[in-house]
Design a protein around this ligand. Structure first.
Ligand code: RM4
Ligand code: MN
Ligand code: MN
Length: 396
């Protein structure tokens, strides 16, 4: 690693932060069932405590994404309590995720439900979520919709598009100037014939329609197999429309596996497109890096630490690419040279340099080891085991 690469990498480490989801600490499962963990969090306060533990050992996870239905049982009425936990545990509330998919009324959709009263109920929930975000000082409201249909001919796709356009525009008109709406897309599940926000083109259209503070959210698990995600990222960057990510890894569908567990090069290529864009435009991309994983088998806090550490490593590797040389190689169509610049960066072992960075921040050199030695897991296992033994029915 030469000295300019080192400088670039340390600069990248200074800025890189990744948001963890509250639902990653709770007992979640697959549609076939849940395996309960004795140490799982079952209250929002416990999720804040666990998040603080992840931040204590990694230093790069100062915020937690919250789900309105699971973390705000009283809706807006819960915000004061959540704000108090945020202060007590030193973790900021991050993106606010409305939930317009679990209630019985959403069987045939939310913003695109043929029943006008359901559409307006969903819209009210979005407005409430925007208000919750405002009160907590959270900038982003992340929107994911389960809307769609499972059988050909059962839904008017064009009409549903129009309902989405109207609903999102109305939601956008409730934003404060600093807030953003992030529109997430997903081509399948739970609807298996069509989803109303099926891909990045649809999300881009709806975000533009909604208004200037709406951007697209890319969940890495929400693509067809072998789709070129970094190309989508590059296009959204060039349109100024990339708002954030939900990172997770996958092999088959929306598997929500640990980031980098299957294909670390994929994440590296995404980070590369972002950093290359920033170098070329001299413009910092305003992107919320978030995790959306379901920790069903591994220990939840351990998996979250593993996740943060892996994301940081891949970001640091991407910062090692020699952009000037790459740009030249691209212009000269020197394919092998261009590709090698990416591969060399990816293959560099950045772990010793990250340890140095951790030393400079008085962070533990080995976050997972520090967590295992802390006794935190044993403590919460004792505290929580009895409650977790009783099967809970909600998703998170
Ligand atoms: C979806 C999507 C959303 C998440 C829900 C629970 O697949 O990824 O972001 O909130 O799952
Ligand atoms: Mn997601
Ligand atoms: Mn998902």
């Amino acid at each position: 690693m030469n000295s300019s690469a080192r400088t670039r990498m340390f600069e990248a480490l200074e800025t890189f932060r990744i948001e963890i989801p509250s639902w990653g600490f709770a007992n979640t499962g697959t549609r076939f069932g849940k395996f309960l963990q004795p140490a799982a969090a079952s209250t929002t306060e416990e999720k804040f405590r666990d998040a603080a533990e992840v931040h204590r050992v990694t230093g790069i996870c100062p915020t937690i994404a919250l789900h309105v239905l699971w973390d705000f049982p009283e809706g807006i009425g819960s915000t004061q309590q959540v704000a108090a936990w945020s202060t007590r545990y030193g973790i900021q509330a991050g993106a606010i995720n409305p939930n317009v998919f679990e209630d019985q009324i959403y069987k045939h959709g939310s913003l695109a439900n043929p029943d006008a009263s359901v559409r307006s109920h969903a819209l009210e929930h979005l407005k409430e979520s925007i208000e919750i975000a405002r009160r907590l000082g959270s900038r982003d409201i992340s929107l994911w919709f389960a809307d769609g249909s499972s059988y050909p001919g059962t839904a008017n796709i064009r009409q549903r598009k129009a309902w989405f356009e109207a609903g999102l525009r109305e939601a956008h008109s409730n934003l404060s100037p600093e807030q953003r709406l992030l529109v997430e897309y997903k081509p399948f599940e739970p609807a298996f014939y069509h989803t109303d926000v099926g891909d990045w083109g649809m999300a881009l259209h709806l975000a533009r329609w909604a208004g200037p503070q709406a951007k697209v959210l890319v969940d890495t698990g929400h693509h067809y197999p072998s789709q070129n995600i970094e190309q989508i990222v590059a296009w959204l960057l060039s349109e100024g429309m990339l708002g954030g990510f939900h990172f997770n890894d996958r092999r088959y569908a929306d598997d929500d596996l640990t980031i980098g567990s299957i294909d670390p090069y994929q994440v590296f290529r995404i980070f590369h497109e972002i950093l290359f864009y920033e170098w070329e435009t001299q413009h910092k991309a305003d992107i919320a890096y978030m995790i959306d994983q379901s920790h069903n088998l591994k220990g939840k806090i351990e998996e979250m630490i593993q996740t943060a550490v892996m994301a940081q490593q891949l970001f640091a590797k991407a910062a090692l690419v020699d952009y000037e040389a790459l740009s030249k190689a691209q212009w000269e169509c020197d394919l092998v040279r261009a590709e090698s610049l990416l591969q060399d960066a990816f293959q560099t072992d950045v772990r010793p340099a990250i340890e140095e960075w951790r030393d400079s921040k008085r962070l533990p050199r080995d976050p997972l080891g520090a967590f295992r030695e802390s006794g935190y897991l044993e403590r919460i296992t004792k505290e929580r085991a009895a409650r977790n033994a009783q099967k809970v029915s909600s998703y998170a």
